[in-house]
Ligand binder design. Structure first.
Ligand code: PAF
Length: 280
């Protein structure tokens, strides 16, 4: 496996491979890789000749009071996990390489960026869209892989790719969960034993919502209040519980078509998200 830190060097290397007819699969990450990332890397390795993983904790997507400084980092461990899953190349630039002095350009995907996580994390998706666009310009991937766990992020990126006529195909892969249902996340390491147990209410309440919908309940208000009730019982702080169209992220009153039920909570100091897409 080759590790590149410099944009010019990885560009030169990848352009040569592409000119020789190799296809590139790309998995952008912020590191501290887990099974969820590994499932994306495996899929990329299955579908492309070369698999590139970027590891960059992107400062522009963190708000001033968020966990940028303490975000978990362990490059040696990431190298092993990436290699194990089939990656060929790691791109690990530092902040100055990505945002040199005088940096001025940002990308905003309107509307989709302002709701759900975007409402409480102002500027978050501007940072995500900007870094992903930069990474796409560096890597020129044929396909890029994102997790369904960050459902809103995947929609924002798809919209950006469409609007800016980018040539990359976006592949969204299923949420990977622990055996007890907790969605895998790099932030799970912050949870104490008790918080870890209380966090299970996210996946449990989503399963309960699914059951209710399968029983024929179509009123979004009823589903929402069932989820809220379950979460509040666990003494977990709700950021949002939203039932929205899976394509537009606009709130729905009635469960019909393809809907996304998305949750964001704070368990102790740790912000966790989870979601489910249902079609009726
Ligand atoms: O999902 C993430 O880890 C990040 O938001 C991403 C896509 C790597 C951009 O920094």
């Amino acid at each position: 496996m080759i590790i590149f830190n410099k944009i010019d060097e990885i560009k030169l290397y990848l352009r040569k491979q592409q000119n020789a007819g190799q296809t590139i699969g790309f998995v952008p990450t912020m590191g501290y890789l887990h099974e969820g990332h590994q499932s994306l890397i495996r899929k990329a390795a299955e579908e492309n000749d070369i698999t590139v993983v970027s590891i960059f904790v992107n400062p522009t997507q963190f708000g001033p009071s968020e966990d940028l400084a303490k975000y978990p980092r362990d490059l040696k461990r990431d190298e092993i996990k990436a290699k194990e899953a089939g990656a060929h190349i790691i791109f690990h630039p530092d902040d100055k390489e990505m945002y040199p002095e005088g940096y001025k350009t940002y990308i905003e995907v309107e509307e989709l960026s302002d709701v759900l996580c975007g409402a409480s994390r102002k500027g978050h998706f501007k940072g995500v869209a900007t870094v992903v666009a930069k990474l796409f310009n560096i890597v020129h991937p044929d396909k890029a892989y994102f997790g369904q766990k960050d459902a809103q992020q995947a929609l924002v990126i798809k919209q950006m790719v469409k609007d800016l006529n980018m040539d990359t195909e976006i592949v969204v892969c299923p949420i990977i969960r622990e055996e007890d249902g907790l969605a895998k996340s790099s932030r799970n390491v912050y949870l104490s034993e008790d918080e870890r147990k209380r966090s299970l209410v996210l996946s449990k309440s989503l399963r309960r919502a699914q059951e209710l919908i399968e029983q024929g309940i179509t009123d979004a208000k009823i589903i929402r209040s069932e989820i809220v009730g379950m979460i509040e019982k666990e003494n977990v702080i709700i950021d949002y519980v939203e039932i929205v169209s899976a394509d537009t992220l606009k709130q729905v009153d009635k469960i019909e078509g393809k809907i996304l039920i998305a949750l964001a909570v704070k368990v102790g100091n740790t912000r966790l998200i989870d979601n489910i897409i249902l079609e009726r």
